[in-house]
Design a protein around this ligand. Structure first.
Ligand code: DAH
Length: 339
């Protein structure tokens, strides 16, 4: 019996060692330790063993069983380890390979210019506000001192939705909307998209952007307007920039002016960029018309203010020396990446 046990043990261990798959280990378990397994059969035959020998033989069977089970566990984990190692080799990742670059695009020159304009005015204490692109004629015209049938309504080639509603032709209606809210004083800029029924060419587009500005407080004078816009120009175009105001007419301001900056390309001497004049026109401005203040619920005896409006594309074209506005709308990444 002892020899038989020894033989079973040696044989089982040898088979365990030789097995190269988890299924094979399972077969071995069934063959030796299972209900009809060889070791179990030995136990079943205990009745043939002399009673005084039984505890000893029982102990030997248990030892053999424990040894086989332990070896089996060992073999199992070593097989699992090998399998994992092989899988790791198969699925190896080279973390030093360069990553695929995500194409994140580029800020549009309009946005770059707008951020710059916003930075300057926010730095002077202005708030950035927005108004609707689809606007009542009342705000786009009437409250800006452009009554029905006034020729200025035709000058801006407006797109109409119906007799009361249009696509705003300027950002100036945001002035009226802000004043009507009744919170004073006001220091705001209002950037946004505007629409005019214009043909596309190097300097025109049916949809473009403006930045409106409005300041209302007690004792605001034309000197405040000049100082503010001169400072703005020095920030935007360089500290040597000079400004010049030419009398002009806008219905919603009185007096009104157009502001030119000294050409930052030639310093004012005159070049191709400024068409020889040394000056570049950049915005319209003026003191808010008392009638506009009144229509928007502000007492013109107590409050005064100034307003200005500029074309954002124009600023971007000038600042980045782009000579055709259409380039701004083509979204060619090779063009956009330059700014
Ligand atoms: N809204 C005018 C335009 O589109 C620009 C403008 C001029 C705005 C004078 C103003 C201003 O606020 O005071 O042509």
């Amino acid at each position: 019996m002892k020899e038989q046990l020894e033989r079973i043990k040696v044989e089982a261990l040898r088979k365990i060692e030789a097995s190269d798959a988890l299924e094979k280990l399972n077969d071995i378990r069934v063959a030796y330790l299972g209900k009809k397994g060889e070791l179990t059969t030995v136990l079943k035959n205990m009745k043939n063993v002399a009673p005084e020998e039984r505890p000893k033989v029982g102990q030997m069977v248990n030892d053999a069983r424990a040894l086989i089970e332990a070896k089996m566990e060992e073999a199992k984990s070593s097989l699992a380890r090998k399998a994992r190692e092989e899988q790791m080799k198969r699925e190896v990742i080279d973390v030093t390979l360069p990553a695929k670059k995500a194409n994140v695009g580029h800020s549009h020159p309009n946005m770059v210019a707008l951020k710059e304009v916003e930075r300057i005015f926010v730095g002077m204490g202005y708030e950035v506000v927005e108004g609707p692109e689809v606007e009542y004629q009342d705000y786009n015209f009437t409250k800006l001192n452009i009554p029905p049938n006034h020729p200025a309504r035709d000058e801006q080639d407006t797109f109409f939705i119906n007799p009361e509603i249009c696509l705003r032709s300027q950002t100036s209606p945001v002035q009226a909307r802000t004043m009507e809210k009744g919170k004073l004083p006001i220091r705001m800029i209002a950037p946004g998209r505007v629409f005019r029924s214009d043909e596309v060419d190097a300097t025109h587009s049916p949809s473009f952007h403006q930045v409106e500005g409005l300041v209302i407080d007690r004792h605001i004078t034309f000197a405040d307007l000049k100082g503010t816009l001169a400072e703005f120009s020095r920030e935007l175009f360089g500290k040597d920039s000079k400004v010049k105001f030419r009398p002009h007419h806008f219905p919603f301001t009185e007096p009104s002016a157009e502001m030119d900056v000294s050409c930052f390309k030639c310093g004012g001497k005159g070049c191709r960029f400024c068409k020889g004049s040394g000056w570049i026109e950049i915005l319209g401005c003026g003191m808010v018309h008392p009638h506009v203040l009144e229509m928007c619920g502000i007492d013109p005896e107590k409050y005064t203010g100034f307003a200005f409006g500029m074309g954002l594309e124009r600023i971007a074209l000038l600042k980045y020396e782009i000579d055709d506005m259409r380039l701004l709308y083509e979204n060619d990444i090779r063009f956009l990446r330059q700014f």
